[in-house]
Design a binder for this molecule. Structure first.
Ligand code: N2P
Length: 361
C-alpha cells in the first residue's frame, strides 16, 4: 500500500465516522426557544441537533400524516396532537428514559390528558393564550382613548376595524383559532362541533376581511415591534416578545397583550416522537433535557410562554411567573376556553371557509 492510498483510507475512515455521529432532528414552532439551549444540548450530549421551525399546525399535520418527515421530535398543539395520535403518527414515550418526568405539573397534565389520555404520547412544552397585541398609541390615535384593546370588539366589530385598517391589522393564519374567536364574539360556543354553528363564523370574518392587512402566524412579531402594524390577533408570548423587541430598539413603540375579556383560547403545545423517528433514543434525550427544571425555565424566560413544568417555576424570572398574561390568575383561567379537534367533515368545512376568507371573495 502506498502512502497515498493509506492517506485516502484514513480520510474515508474519518469521514464515515463523522457520518455516523448521532443526530437528533427537532421541528418546533418559530420564536419558541432560547437558542443557547440548543448549544447546551449538543455540548452535554455530543449529539448533533438539527432544529427546524414552522408556524402552522396544518403544515406540521400534513407532514405527520404523510409520514417520513425525518424528525425525531415535533410539537403539535393539543387538538391537532389528538387527531394525529389517532392516525398512528406517534410512538408511545418510554417512561424509563424520562428521568425528569417528576418535574411536570399535574395541573397541566390533567388538561393535556384531554388530548392525549394518560399523557402516554406527549409531554407539554409550553402553553398560552390567543389574544390581542396592540400598539397603544396608534390604536388610541385611530379609536380614541377608550379603544377596547382588551375586547373582541376591537378586531371583530367592522366599525373599529375600518378605522384600524390604515395603521395595519394582522390576523393569525390559523383557522382553528380564528373561527372559535369569531364564534365567541357572537356569543356562540367557540368549541362547537356543529357545522351550522361553525358556519356562523363566516359572515363575522367576512365583514372585517377587507380591513385585515395580512394573515400570517409569525411575521406579526417584528411588524408590531417596528411599528409597521398597530394590531395583531396572535399568541401571547409572541406579542410579549414584540413588546421586548420594541423596548430593546428603543423606538418609542409600546406594545401590550390582552386576552380578550369575553374569553380567550388556551392551548397546549406538546412534544411528541413520530412513529417513524430515525432516532427515538436521541428524541427521549432531547425531551428529558428540556424537562430539566432549569432548561425549561430558561426557555420560558426567553419566549414569555408558560410551561407545564412545576419544578421550573423557582427559576422563572419575576416578569414571567408574576405576569398574569403568562401565568393567568385563577380568575382569568375560568375565562379561558379550549378547542378540540373538529371531526373530519367539520374540519373540511372550516378549511374551505378559511380559504374563502383569506381570498376575500
Ligand atoms: C410560537 C408560537 C407558538 C404558539 N411562536 C402556537 N401554539
Amino acid at each position: 500500500m502506498t502512502l497515498k492510498t493509506m492517506t485516502l483510507t484514513a480520510i474515508v475512515a474519518l469521514s464515515s465516522a463523522a457520518a455516523v455521529a448521532e443526530e437528533v432532528r427537532v421541528y418546533n414552532w418559530s420564536d419558541y426557544i432560547d437558542e443557547d439551549l440548543l448549544e447546551k444540548f449538543e455540548t452535554e450530549t455530543g449529539i448533533d441537533l438539527i432544529y427546524d421551525v414552522f408556524d402552522s399546525n396544518e403544515l406540521l399535520e400534513t407532514k405527520m400524516l404523510a409520514g417520513g418527515s425525518g424528525y425525531d421530535v415535533v410539537v403539535p398543539t393539543g387538538s391537532f396532537l389528538a387527531r394525529q395520535i389517532q392516525a398512528g403518527a406517534f410512538q408511545k414515550l418510554d417512561a424509563s428514559k424520562l428521568s425528569n418526568a417528576g418535574n411536570m405539573w399535574d395541573v397541566i397534565e390533567d388538561r393535556t390528558a384531554r388530548y392525549d389520555p394518560g399523557n402516554l404520547y406527549s409531554v407539554n412544552y409550553m402553553w398560552g393564550t390567543t389574544g390581542i397585541g396592540a400598539n397603544t398609541a396608534k390604536v388610541e390615535e385611530a379609536l380614541g382613548a377608550d379603544a377596547p384593546i382588551d375586547s373582541l370588539e376591537l378586531v371583530f366589530n367592522p366599525e373599529n376595524m375600518e378605522k384600524l385598517a390604515n395603521c395595519g391589522v394582522y390576523f393569525l393564519d390559523a383557522p382553528d383559532e380564528m373561527i372559535p374567536a369569531a364564534l365567541k364574539y357572537i356569543g356562540e360556543d367557540p368549541n362547537s362541533m356543529d357545522p351550522d354553528v361553525v358556519a356562523k363564523a363566516e359572515p363575522v370574518l367576512m365583514a372585517i376581511r377587507p380591513y385585515v392587512k395580512k394573515f400570517h402566524s409569525s411575521e406579526y412579531i417584528n411588524a408590531l415591534a417596528n411599528g409597521d402594524i398597530c394590531v395583531a390577533f396572535g399568541w401571547s408570548g409572541d406579542i410579549l416578545q414584540a413588546r421586548d423587541r420594541a423596548d430593546e430598539a428603543d423606538n418609542g413603540v409600546e406594545i401590550v397583550f390582552n386576552a380578550p375579556k369575553e374569553g380567550a383560547l388556551m392551548w397546549f403545545d406538546q412534544m411528541a416522537i413520530p412513529v417513524d423517528a430515525p432516532n427515538p433514543e436521541g428524541a427521549h434525550k432531547f425531551l428529558n433535557f428540556i424537562m430539566e427544571a432549569e432548561n425549561m425555565a430558561a426557555a420560558s424566560n426567553y419566549v414569555y410562554y408558560a410551561n407545564g413544568n412545576k419544578a421550573s417555576q423557582e427559576f422563572l424570572e419575576e416578569d414571567v411567573i408574576g405576569d398574569p398574561a403568562i401565568y393567568p390568575s385563577e380568575e382569568t383561567l375560568k375565562n379561558l376556553y379550549i378547542k378540540e379537534a373538529y371531526p373530519p367533515k367539520v374540519q373540511r368545512k372550516a378549511t374551505r371557509m378559511w380559504t374563502k376568507i383569506k381570498s376575500g371573495t
